[in-house]
Structure formats: C-alpha cells, structure tokens
Design a protein around this ligand. Structure first.
Ligand code: SF4
Ligand code: SF4
Length: 433
C-alpha cells in the first residue's frame, strides 16, 4: 500500500493529541490520535507491519492508503468521462424571457431585453423532450432569465408538459429557478413548489436594504429589498429547505453584507433559508472591475462570513465534471431559440451551439461544433496547471468559461481547504450533543 496523493493531515486546532485526516479523492474526513498517526507514518515509510488489521482497513476505506499500482489520476479521468458522456440525464436551462424587471449595473445581460419565448419554440422544446424520453431516466430543468417569473405562463405551460411526459415514461423530473424574488408572491411560490416540481429556488439579496437597494434596482431606480423580504416572510414555510439567498460581494459592499444575516435572524428566516456569498467574476462593461475581489481575497471574506454568521462552512464536494457547460447532455435554451453551453454566453449569438427554430448552412454548423467542443473536450487531468493540484478531485479544473477567457478559475479550496475543514469540525463539535 502507498499514500494517496490527495491526503491532507493536520493537527486539530484545539486538541493537540488529535490529527485530522482528509482525502480529497474520497472526501473522507477522520480524526485519529497522534499515536496512530505515528504508526501510519512508520507504515508509509518502512512498510513494516505496524498497523493493526482494523487500522489498516480504515485507512484503506478512507482512501488514505491505496494499492501500489493504483493511478488516482486515471480514476479521476474515468469519473470525468463517465459523467460527461452519460446519456441518462438531460439537463436544460431554459430562459422563458431575457427581459428583466431589474437594472443591476453588474448584470452581464445588460439591462432590459425584449423577447418572451413563443408558443412555437415551447412546442419545439416539448418535441425535443419527446425524442430524449427514449434515452433518459432523469430530466432536470433550471428556469433562468432575464427574470423568469416575468414569463410565468411559459414556465407553467412547459412544466405541465414536462411533468406529464416524465410521469408516463418513468423519468425522474425536477426543476430549480434562479429569480430576483421580486415577483415571488405566495401564490407563485405555492404553484412552483407544490405543482410545478420546483425543488430549489435561488434568490439574490446583495446585503441589507441600504446596500441591496444601491444595485438591485428597478428600471425607475427604486430599491427592491423591502418587497423581496416581504415575499420571503410571507412564504417562509413554503420556502424552507428549498431556498438559498445568494449575496454578490465586492470591495464596496463586503463590510456591510454580513448585516444581512442580522436581518434574517430578526425576521426568523435564518434557520429556514441559507445565505451564501458569491464573487462577482464577470463584470459587464458598465461595471467597475476594480471593485471585484480576486478568488484569494474572496476566500478570506467568505470564511469570515461563515464564522460571524455562525453557520457551518460548505464542506467540499467531489466533482466529476465542473458544470453543465462541460457535460454533453446539458444545454441552455434562450427565449429566441438559440442554444448555448454556458449561462453567461446567452445573448451572444456567435457563441451559440445551435438554434431550435432554424436550419443553418454547413459553415454555421462548423461554428456550432467548435463552440460546443471548446467546453466539452477539456481534460484537467492532463492540464499542466491542474494535474498536479492537490484539490483536483473537488475542483476538476474550475469554471470552463473562466478557463477559456484566461481568468482565475481556481477553487477557493485552493486557498482555504485546511481552514474550511477546521471551521467545519469546530461547528460540528460545538453542535454535537
Ligand atoms: S462555464 Fe462557468 S459560468 Fe458557465 S455555467 Fe459553467 S460555471 Fe457557470
Ligand atoms: S483550477 Fe486551480 S484549483 Fe482547480 S484543479 Fe486546477 S489548479 Fe487546482
């Protein structure tokens, strides 16, 4: 047996005789006493029979010790390819409209665009599912925009057909929605969750009222915080366990955004709705990129947010591929029929990979193929930067778009894995009985 290259061992923060063991390939976390750690080190160095059978078995089970001839990079490559070319699932992100009722300065979609999805295009999407239904056992949809609730009738119509087709073909169906929350009244919320199979809702609040209302504004400049908070309060029982609040942080708002946590606590929402910070990574032309954090800076802000809000930090998750953009059976369908790989490409026709409403010449076909494969042929296990990375199994090369655009794509775990695990353990230990 040899050591896994994805092991991370460190001394417990408050118990010096305990070692914490983490393996990024299996995501296992364990605590052992220092005597056992000494024996482990001796075993690795000398291969002498110093570990008891059960101890050896546990190290193998957690992936800390592996067979001499095992190539862990090969395992990651196999995982990636299996997931990327798995035809059992179809994942669609659908933008029922690109129109938005907000005019946020950092939005890459740049303001108010016309274009609700036509009945003809809706029929094409249903037709498409009727072809895929013969090959898949899971269909997953994300409603996206613009602001998707501005075209709620499209969501209702398509969802009804999707649910019916999936039910009669024994296909698991689930949906999620990314909304600004302004139109999420109780009736809409109830319908989404209880009738249209929406199991996950993401709403953005960029801080407490005085901060959020600086950027998350209507076209007439009016703030939106109070209405969104009212919607959250009115539907708190429905939203519980289904909802996350995303807070976009930059150098201008980060000192104040933690006050949002105080508002959530005061309104009795903190334990019902999880709040997380996100970095603004793709500034639009009319947004001052100087005010954005880089990933390393953001990582430290994020850590202190979790600590001050006294919520557990996000435990790392194993990644097979990174996101829908590098998964073959995932696509984004815009309200004009254009198909894309990445959410951020929507509206940039030159980056589309097809169009559901039109047939095109061969030259255009070649563009479509190029746009598709720029996302789906990258392999981080042979990339110079990533193949040697200690956290490759929980990152897998980072955001493909950032890679293509040569922007910082590393996971925050590259900078704070040990700190995250320490905070995670501290939280677990303080809450366990
Ligand atoms: S490529 Fe990056 S920006 Fe695009 S969907 Fe994936 S993670 Fe998001
Ligand atoms: S993108 Fe960065 S953090 Fe992710 S695997 Fe590559 S080198 Fe590691």
């Amino acid at each position: 047996m040899k050591e896994s290259r994805y092991n991370l061992f460190f001394q417990h923060k408050s118990k010096p005789d305990i070692m914490v063991c983490y393996n990024a390939r299996t995501n296992a976390l364990a605590k052992i006493n220092s005597d056992l750690y000494e024996k482990y080190l001796e075993y690795v160095e000398t291969k002498k029979d110093v570990l008891a059978a059960k101890e050896l078995e546990d190290f193998i089970l957690g992936g800390f010790l592996i067979n001499e001839d095992l190539d862990e990079t090969e395992i990651l490559r196999e995982r990636l390819l299996k997931r990327r070319y798995n035809g059992n699932t179809l994942s669609l992100t659908i933008t029922p409209t690109l129109k938005c009722n907000f005019a946020c300065p950092y939005c890459y979609e740049q303001g108010d665009k016309p274009g609700k999805m036509t009945a003809e295009l809706q029929d094409k999407i249903i037709e498409m599912l009727n072809v895929y239904k013969n090959f898949i056992n899971h269909f997953s949809v994300t409603w996206y925009g613009g602001e998707p609730l501005l075209a709620f009738d499209v969501i209702e119509n398509l969802s009804t057909h999707f649910i019916e087709i999936c039910k009669s073909n024994n296909i698991k169906y689930d949906a999620s929605i990314v909304t600004n929350g302004y139109l999420l009244d109780r009736a809409t919320c109830n319908k989404l969750i209880n009738e249209l199979n929406v199991t996950a809702i993401q709403i953005t609040l960029d801080g407490p009222s005085e901060i959020h209302n600086k950027t998350r504004i209507l076209h007439n400049g009016k703030g939106t915080f109070e209405q969104i908070l009212e919607n959250l309060k009115t539907s708190a029982d429905l939203l519980e366990n289904h909802t996350v609040i995303r807070t976009n942080v930059n150098k201008e708002n980060y000192l104040s955004v933690s006050k949002l946590n105080d508002v959530l606590v005061k309104e009795g929402l903190r334990n019902k709705i999880r709040n997380y910070f996100a970095i603004i990574r793709l500034p639009s032309e009319n947004y001052d990129s100087e005010s954005c954090f880089n990933i390393e800076e953001f990582t430290h802000i994020n850590d202190s947010h979790y600590r001050s809000a006294q919520v557990p930090p996000e435990y790392p998750q194993l990644k097979e591929n990174f996101c829908g953009a590098d998964y073959l059976n995932a696509m984004v369908i815009a309200s004009d029929g254009n198909i894309y790989k990445c959410w951020h490409d929507v509206g940039i026709e030159d980056l589309s990979i097809g169009n559901l409403l039109s047939t095109v010449d061969q030259i255009k076909q070649l563009d479509y193929i190029k746009n598709k494969y720029v996302y789906t042929t990258y392999d981080p296990t042979i990339d110079n930067q990533c193949s040697d990375c200690d956290i490759l199994p929980i990152c897998m090369g980072g955001c493909p778009l950032n890679r293509i655009e040569k922007k910082d794509r590393c996971s925050p775990f590259k900078y704070n894995l040990k700190q995250t695990l320490e905070d995670y353990l501290e939280y677990q230990e303080s809450t366990s009985i």
